[in-house]
Design a protein around this ligand. Structure first.
Ligand code: PXP
Length: 237
């Protein structure tokens, strides 16, 4: 059964809408754990638009499940990761004007930069995952660069799942998952997954970890975070 990483960036986004101290993502992480989260995921962006260093430091001390830090190949954030030592780091691309992470990392096109970031993190004892489009060329590059895991970008599947193209996108994800397995890497997936579209992705053989944020936090506003996490765990199982 795939593990559930709950992305709590969206809690910090609500806090930053008022530049105040609530809701607190640290509190949210505890509730997500009580609801059954297997991991807590957060993205420390270069512009610090939602998660702050204070959140990362407190979460590092309080989270008792896997702490997965999403970050760009940026020297400043890489140093913070090295010092904070989350269990896992997921390297993602970052553009200041984007609303959320848009595409996968270009590991094949930026081998030196991505390879150096992987090495820096692994030397600090951190497991490294790369957030990639379901593209065989990118997956091969991840393996060559020495990453331990690949998180497949499920955004295109998620968008298609409200129309009629979901099957084709699922086939693309299945082929990419096979490539991740063939390369001997651990398989993760995430982005845009919801209570309605998660099941086929959770059922992909050897799916190890799903990182889900927006849909869980949206439901949590209505039913509470513990229950929202529990509901998602049930679907994944
Ligand atoms: N995985 C990665 C690498 C992401 O950047 C995000 C969004 O922050 C997610 C998973 C979660 O996406 P969503 O909020 O759409 O569930």
């Amino acid at each position: 059964m795939a593990l559930l990483g709950v992305n709590i960036d969206h809690v910090a986004t609500v806090r930053e809408a008022r530049k105040t101290n609530e809701p607190d993502p640290v509190w949210a992480a505890s509730l997500a754990e009580i609801g059954g989260a297997d991991g807590i995921t957060l993205h420390l962006r270069e512009d610090r638009r939602h998660v702050k260093e204070r959140d990362l430091h407190l979460l590092r001390q309080t989270v008792t499940v896997k702490l997965n830090l999403e970050l760009a190949c940026d020297p400043g954030v890489l140093t913070i990761a090295e010092q904070t030592q989350p269990h896992q780091a997921t390297l993602v691309p970052e553009r200041r004007e984007e609303i959320t992470t848009e595409g996968g990392l270009d590991a094949a096109g930026q081998r030196q930069r991505v390879g150096d970031a992987i090495k820096q993190l692994q030397d600090a004892g951190i497991v490294v995952s790369l957030f990639l489009d379901p593209d065989i060329k990118q997956i091969e590059a991840a393996a060559e660069l020495g990453a331990q895991a690949v998180e497949l970008h499920t955004g295109a599947y998620a968008e298609a799942s409200v129309g009629f193209r979901a099957d084709a996108e699922l086939q693309t994800l299945l082929a990419a998952s096979q490539a991740v397995r063939d390369a001997g890497l651990t398989l993760h997936a995430g982005h845009g997954l919801t209570y309605r579209n998660v099941k086929p992705v959770a059922a992909i053989p050897d799916m190890c970890e799903l990182n889900i944020g927006h849909s869980i936090i949206s439901r949590a506003i209505m039913v509470g975070l513990e229950r929202a996490v529990r509901d998602m765990k049930r679907l994944i199982g």
